[in-house]
Design a protein. Sequence first.
Length: 388
Amino acid sequence: MNDYLMRGFEVTEFEQRTMKAQQIMRELKLDAMLLTTEPNVRYFTGFHTQFWHSPTRPWFLIIPAEGKPTAIIPEIGASGMAGTWIDNIITWPSPRPEDDGISLVASFLNSLPCRFGRVGATLGIESHLRMPVNNYLKLTTLVKKTFVDASLPMHEIRQVKSAAEIAKVKEICRITNVGFAKVPEYAKSGMTEREICKRFRIDMLMEGADECPYIIAGSGPDGYDSIIMGPTDRVIEDGDVLIIDTGAVRDGYFSDFDRNWAFGSASEQTKAAYRAVYDATTKGFEAAKPGATTSDIYNAMWSVLEANGALGNDVGRLGHGLGMELTERPSNTATDNTLLKPGMVMTLEPGMVYAPGKSMVHEENIVITENGAEWLSERAEPELIIIK
């Protein structure tokens, strides 16, 4: 088996991530960084558990200015964390509402050298703390350092993926493509959205996905008006268009792309809308290169949609970052202007309202390389597939 398809990562991967964070911490004048969310804790430790679905217990990881991170976690997670590269593990018998790890976190932060008197935490854009606000406010009174927002630097650290990370995304994209390729073999008029998506999920699991937490479906006569709901018990009829958008996971990394089909027939207007979003991904792919920006990708795609009569785009963006989370920063918008760097994994997601109440959305996954971009998903057919 390819080393990159092995589960987890080599210790050197976590060492490099930590050193990168500490370099940025020096630039930001931080004595430590406090992390509390599943993706951020997993990114620096390799601690991978479904137990995050339980909201009862908080988890803390502290990255000091020098040395390895320290985990301050509920006792129930001690053996799991001990299986990672982390060796300084402090625990308490959570849940303990009167002091759910807060005094331990404060004590450890206060024990660190106070060069700058600042601690970074994910307080800002596209982030959250995953701890009670009251506990955070109490922490700010117990720690003899000032808490500052480090959400953007944290996003930037995770934006550029290693070769091992990219390989994991590529594998789940392969698995997802297999699932999509099988849809025309069984989907037919008379089935419900839910029945089709259930089979689609099974095929991806059988091919090697660990889970498929995000599967939406939208359908309607010659088009659909929503891309975030469903699947429902709506019965597919001849003349309908169906979209399935999925985020499947293998070893903690997501795919995120969609496919469209028509049943029996489709109008020329719908076929033309499909060609427009397909052509937009081509232009977005061509614009996706180091030194360009997310806004360059947006403008390249939107110009195609606009030229093809788009009435609007109610999605708000035309793609985003991808990795440990289904959607990550940055966003492909007219004003985002994030600089593209080799190793960034992105989605191209042009969408257009092409008639009142009818949308067409197309999505692919790519990675920015030294010379441009590379497809991670296998491109959809250039013409709308019609299932007879």
